[in-house]
Design a protein around this ligand. Sequence first.
Ligand SMILES: [Zn+2]
Length: 253
Amino acid sequence: MKRVPMPKATFRFYEELNDFLLKHIRKVDFEVEFKGQRSIKDMVEALGVPHTEIDLILANGKSVDFSYILQDGDRISVYPVFESLNIANITRLREVPLRKTRFIADVNLDDIVKYMRLLGFDVYCESTLSDKEIIEISKGENRIILTKSKKLLKFREVSHGIFIRPGTTAEQVKRIIDHLNIKDQVRPFSRCLRCNSLIEPVSKNEIMDRIPPRTKTFCDEYSQCKSCDKVYWDGTHFINMKKVINHILGNLA
Ligand SMILES: [Zn+2]
């Protein structure tokens, strides 16, 4: 009996999506055989690319969504978020929720959480959360998941997530801001680094007993977190944080 050839599709991934692929299929066209009804979401994730990293998929030149079922002979192009390519007339896979961008951080991202809050972003973080709880909170509160785990981003229920690539914390934070194009939402020193609540100016008199004696002599402006009570002021630590902010913002486009 003659062997019936399996259906095949040709894939090509663009830009940083290649980081997720095995070396021999990066930045080249390659064929994939498949059996039965396979959605494009299943196929790209089987190849190692979390669906949350993808912004646009073209099947034979036409944009399709994740539920598209592969056909024999399809030519599939997969793109990350665009920076400059003209995408008029093309359906993006999702609207980025830019009106109020909020985050939830996976465990072990303490430095990123701190830097993001320093820039004023709302980043929920709890070291004891399970993957399931992170996904639930993300959905319930429209929070974008920040994670180093591809596994977490592959859950079907995850619609908005950012995979954190290796690098310095400043580089990682810069990439998040670039990726979502949210530089204009940066509000340095507006949020409590410890508990994520907004901080407000407070008079020196109100918190006199909590200021170190030396600080009192040179600093007159203070802020306080209304939730956890932490007091902030313009000291050595503050100067270092300013450097971090300038470094991140200075490198943004
Ligand atoms: Zn606080």
